[in-house]
Write a protein that binds this ligand. Structure first.
Ligand code: ADP
Ligand code: MG
Length: 728
């Protein structure tokens, strides 16, 4: 083992789990650092409180005088909790979170000072955020960006700082973040779903989209992680031969959580409780040192904020435990990657989960309406949904045989497949009373109330129905959930609007009864959505061929996947629902393409550096040792030496072959990069990085990994997979 590796492994082995004091009941500390309704009741006047509650429920504006009251109350609460600073907390288009802290502290002359947070500072700020990506929005409009308070996501205290969730928009109103379009999409689906709900229940006033994410991650000892330049700079290993033992024994999955990891999780969960993130589930994942954490689902905007916050908190807490959290979708070749399943549903203000079958035929017809409309929405917009989860890092995971493929398909299970098959045979036009009764009793009425335990869990599907929700599994572990959630809620909103228009037309023009009209439209949807339904093995090669026949897209790389984002149909879709105007849509397309290029560029540089500066010199060193050895053998055995030096000579030759291959590939890759960098067009550049630069990654890796197997372990510079994955 090389000295560097030795010290890293030694340091990690010597670490003991931190003692975590968490003997308080979780329900008692839940939300302690959140300015939630309980604290608002304590610190706000009645008018102020009602004004916030109304803003949350109905999206009404809060006037400045009231804002002054709210900010004063919020500040008082924060100070009693030990906060000294406040910040507008937002999510720029980097996908990460951003904050700029200001102290409450203000001088008032005569050497005196007070703590202050005015209404103005609460409601709006103008961070000098000119370095955030904006996709040309601010250049075009020569306007600055400002952050504006989002009262639907409560303020919280973290690290003695009051964090106020905000949207980030340009002076002319264009969204510069992921939250703004999400909020608009949630509004769109709310409106569309309420309108459809009225067919079934006039009391429905609001429909909330819910999101329950499941965060997968790796925990690697920080000494080991920092000994790898690739992990440090790219979040993944670009080299490393598979260890003799990987995950083939399945002995990590749901196994006992190792002591240090457990102490980290308890610490993390404690923080989450204080911050009101309702984490519930923790377990070992498939790969060694891989874990998962999942909360109880929440309203989608809050859930998105909570996931972004969680990813930050995870990294911060990890420092205390000398861990590095790897959020990357594929940190290690040959072992399981990480995803972030997005469980999604729609719930009414009357407490009904619209994707949960009910007790009566009528409630089941409502369930089927939302169920089938969702399928239809995914069928129509599968390519856009694929684009919503595209990123340089997720490209390594999708289709990697333990993650959903790049093809979007919907799995619904055998029972619901039967229901849809029967519904499809319903006569066109008005139904006879007999037929209607039959349908209601024998088809719709027979959907079991609890599907949860009956739906088989097809893990290979990218979009699966799991009893009372859909689970979007293709989302990557580093993703900001706002992206997939914006698209999903937008396409479902659009679909529900179209559905309502079709049903209303049948009622008005053909004088059909409501139920007849609904059955008629649903029947057509079942017919036209068939291509997206797939119950088989999503990992198989046959599915790729079948999907192609069905006309489903299979965009394997990010540049290919993103193309749909600038299509006229996409721009029109977002514009028509008020989610994004064309400037906002195109800005996101550009930023994501740019992001892809930069990520591949950085990886390519790191690969070149490590190959040339770490691997090749080590190979030469070892080759010299072998040469010395051969020379020695020659002195002893004279002309006969070859009989004793066969292995050494073979190794010397192989090493030369690999060094040569590495060197020429790095040179060619660098040349390819130079050509790409000269390309002015974003498309060509991304395409070049994807198809001209990236293919060298595997070639270079192949030769470096071969050398790892040959070279004396005592001088190999890179911490090995077995050390990274099996040191606990
Ligand atoms: P798994 O998929 O790991 O087998 P479950 O299906 O039981 O586990 O739950 C996964 C996640 O689904 C949980 O985080 C849970 O909060 C979320 N979930 C459950 N019901 C809903 C819902 N109606 N809307 C959104 N998410 C939900
Ligand atoms: Mg799941």
């Amino acid at each position: 083992m090389s000295t560097l590796r030795f010290h890293a492994v030694k340091a990690s082995l010597e670490r003991k789990p931190l003692k975590i004091k968490d003997n308080q009941r979780r329900s008692e500390i839940f939300g302690e650092n959140v300015f939630n309704e309980v604290s608002m009741r304590q610190y706000l006047t009645k008018t102020a409180l009602n004004s916030v509650l109304e803003a949350i429920e109905k999206g009404t504006k809060i006037n400045r005088t009231v804002a002054d009251h709210i900010s004063a109350g919020m500040k008082e609460w924060a100070i009693t909790k030990g906060a000294t600073h406040y910040t507008h907390w937002f999510q720029p288009l980097t996908g990460a979170t951003a904050e700029k802290h200001d102290a409450f502290f203000e001088t008032i002359g005569d050497g005196l000072a007070i703590e202050k947070l005015g209404g103005d500072q609460l409601v709006q700020q103008e961070p000098d955020a000119s370095s955030f990506p904006n996709g040309g929005i601010r250049n075009t409009f020569e306007a600055r960006g400002y952050t504006a308070w989002d009262p639907t996501s409560p303020a919280f205290i973290y690290d003695k700082t009051l964090c106020i969730p905000t949207v980030f928009v340009s002076y002319t109103g264009e969204a510069l973040d992921y939250k703004t379009p999400l909020l608009r999409a949630l509004q769109a689906v709310d409106n569309a779903a309420v309108a459809v709900c009225k067919y079934f229940d006039k009391n429905v006033k609001k429909v909330n989209a819910s999101l329950g994410w499941e965060q997968e991650y790796f925990l690697i000892d920080s000494a080991l992680a920092t000994s790898r330049p690739d992990i440090l700079l790219t979040g993944r290993t670009v080299f490393g031969h598979s260890p003799a033992k990987g995950q083939q024994l399945d002995d990590h999955y749901f196994g006992t959580i190792p002591g240090r990891a457990m102490s980290y999780m308890r610490d993390l969960e404690h923080q989450c409780m204080l911050l009101g993130i309702p984490v519930k589930t923790r377990h070992n994942e498939v790969a060694p040192n891989q874990f998962e954490l999942a909360p109880i689902f929440e309203e989608a905007n809050l859930a998105v904020d909570h996931n972004s916050l969680l990813m930050d908190v995870m990294k911060k807490i990890a420092e205390r435990h000398n861990f590095t959290v790897l959020m990357h979708e594929k940190p290690f070749a040959g072992v399981n990657g990480s995803g972030k399943h997005n469980n999604w549903s729609l719930t009414t203000n009357t407490g009904v989960n619209l994707l949960s079958p009910g007790k009566t035929p009528m409630s089941n017809l409502q369930f089927l309406t939302f169920f089938i409309n969702t399928i239809k929405a995914v069928q129509t917009h599968e390519e856009l949904l694929r684009a919503a989860i595209a990123s340089a890092s997720n490209d390594y995971r999708l289709g990697a045989n333990e993650a959903p493929p790049a093809i979007i398909s919907v799995f619904i299970g055998a029972q619901l497949t039967n229901v849809l098959n029967e519904l499809e045979t319903v006569t066109k036009g008005k139904l006879s009373p007999q037929e209607k009764t039959d349908l209601k009793l024998n088809v719709v009425g027979k959907i079991p109330e609890i599907l949860l335990d009956n739906t088989d869990r097809n893990r290979t599907s990218s979009f699966a129905f799991t009893g009372n929700k859909f689970e979007f599994r293709a989302v990557g572990s580093t993703a900001n959930c706002a992206k997939p959630m914006t698209v999903l809620n937008t396409i479902v909103a659009k679909q529900l609007i179209d559905f309502k228009a079709e049903v209303d037309e049948l009622i008005d023009k053909k004088e059909m009864k409501k139920d007849d009209a609904i059955f008629n439209v649903l029947r057509e949807y079942i017919k036209t959505s068939k291509a997206i339904l797939f119950e088989g093995n999503g990992y198989s090669g046959d599915w790729e061929k079948e999907a192609e026949k069905r006309g489903l897209s299979n965009n394997k790389t990010t540049p290919e996947a993103l193309k749909i984002k600038k299509a006229k149909s996409t721009i029109d879709l977002f514009e028509s629902l008020g989610v994004m105007n064309s400037v906002e849509s195109l800005a996101r397309y550009e930023i994501e393409m740019e992001d892809y290029i930069l990520h591949v560029q950085i990886e390519s540089r790191v690969i070149g550096d490590i190959a040339r500066n770490h691997v090749v010199p080590t190979a030469v060193r070892y080759q010299n040792i072998l040469i010395e050895n051969v020379k020695g053998l020659k002195t002893i055995y004279g002309d006969e030496f070859k009989n004793y030096a066969k292995a050494q000579l073979g190794l010397i030759e192989s090493i030369s072959t690999h060094i040569e291959a590495i060197n020429s590939s790095v040179t060619e890759m660098t040349e390819a990069r130079k050509i790409c960098n000269k390309d002015a067009s974003l498309e060509k550049k991304a395409d070049g990085y994807c198809n001209k630069v990236k293919p060298f990654f595997d070639t270079i890796r192949y030769h470096c990994d071969k050398l790892e197997l040959m070279i004396d372990d005592g001088i190999w510079p890179l911490t090995k997979y077995r050390e990274l994955l099996f040191t606990k």
